[in-house]
Design a protein around this ligand. Sequence first.
Ligand SMILES: Cc1ncc(COP(=O)(O)O)c(C=O)c1O
Length: 443
Amino acid sequence: MQYSQLSTRICVPYAVSLQPKTTWNSPKFNNEKSVGHCTRVPRNVNMEKLQSGYLFPEICMREFEHSQKYPQAGLIRLGVGDTTEPIPDIITSAMAEHAHALSTVQGYRGYGAEQGNMALRKAIAETFYRDVGVKADEVFVSDGAQCDISRLQMLMGPNVSVAVQDPSFPGYIDSSVIVGQSGMFQDENGKYENIVYMKCGRENNFFPDLSNTSRTDIIFFCSPNNPTGYAASRQQLKQLVEFAKANGSIIVYDSAYATYISDESPRSIFEIPGAKEVAIEVSSFSKFAGFTGVRLGWTVVPEELLYLNGFPVIKDYNRIVCTCFNGASSVVQAGGLACLSKDGYRALIAVVDYYMGNAGIIADAFTSLGRKVYGGKNAPYLWVHFPGMSSWDIFSEILEKTHIVTVPGRGFGPGGEEYIRVSAFGQRERILEASRRLKNLYK
Ligand SMILES: Cc1ncc(COP(=O)(O)O)c(C=O)c1O
């Protein structure tokens, strides 16, 4: 099978090719057709708990169906949140140079350090944590924040309790379910048992009411938040760190969008005094450098962070990285170093500014429709409110009438109902076209 076929294939559960029947009874699914040979390996019960598809494949499927129905419509994708602008040449040239050197005797390198190239670890510490005392040794370079979230889940195992913002990036909850930290999904409230959902809506300035939040071992916290686009203030993050300290919890802080912050909001949890004793930070080159396909991220595990028995978390994380990862691609790390060079960084900030220009255009379009728009100032996401409406209905209406793909807020948790998330990643002329279509939506 061609790679392109593989990557665009839509995975339909149980759409397996039929094999000769085995001696034991193969199960039948809804259509009462035998699925063919089944092994005797039981399905992981935690996988069975997961709700339908992961959100983004579900949106891709709807998008695909829509484009089959309206092949000439000129679909505009403001849904999944993938970057669109070319990576600056200074960065791709560094990767190409490194790749070419691998074809030479002098330039060939095999495995690198599992924790990442020390020059890159130093550059990350220097660029993002200069004034907050994060050491290069505490930075673990990776193949992306989502992979790090899963590795952190593996580190923590099934026996920890977890809290997430509601709404939140689905990776936290789904990985919690997969490792066995949750109970069953409850249809009546759209939540998993044993996961604490910290409501972050317009009513509470997109920050949880901590006086009313149960203690958990782990608190996933994303700022600027995906999907709301809200960046927590210094005062709010101080409260969060105090809360974690008082409860003996660990914050897993996701700063994947930190470079989009345009005001005084902290760009790292480590800007908050005392955070090194209670927090881990995951971050990414994906949205900041257009590396969504290239894959590069990092995690900071401070030496001060200790388990109940006084054992340093960093030692166990190092073990996980060595056992379950083995280090990021050397070619990609060369690109990462170029991103953090003076010229590379400047070129990337220009791209960030471009996306934020898009955010302003989309915000104006929704505002002109009388909609209240949140986000879009410190993050490339707009969180648009449609009071009293179901978010899947808003998603479908906008798709049907304007051929613009958004994301229904419900996909990020029950707290996302009545909202859609609109991504500001896109080429300017497409964003302007989206703005025109939206302004005509209710005319
Ligand atoms: C909040 C958040 N964290 C992590 C990720 C995944 O980042 P990466 O591409 O580095 O895996 C995303 C991607 O959309 C995200 O929105």
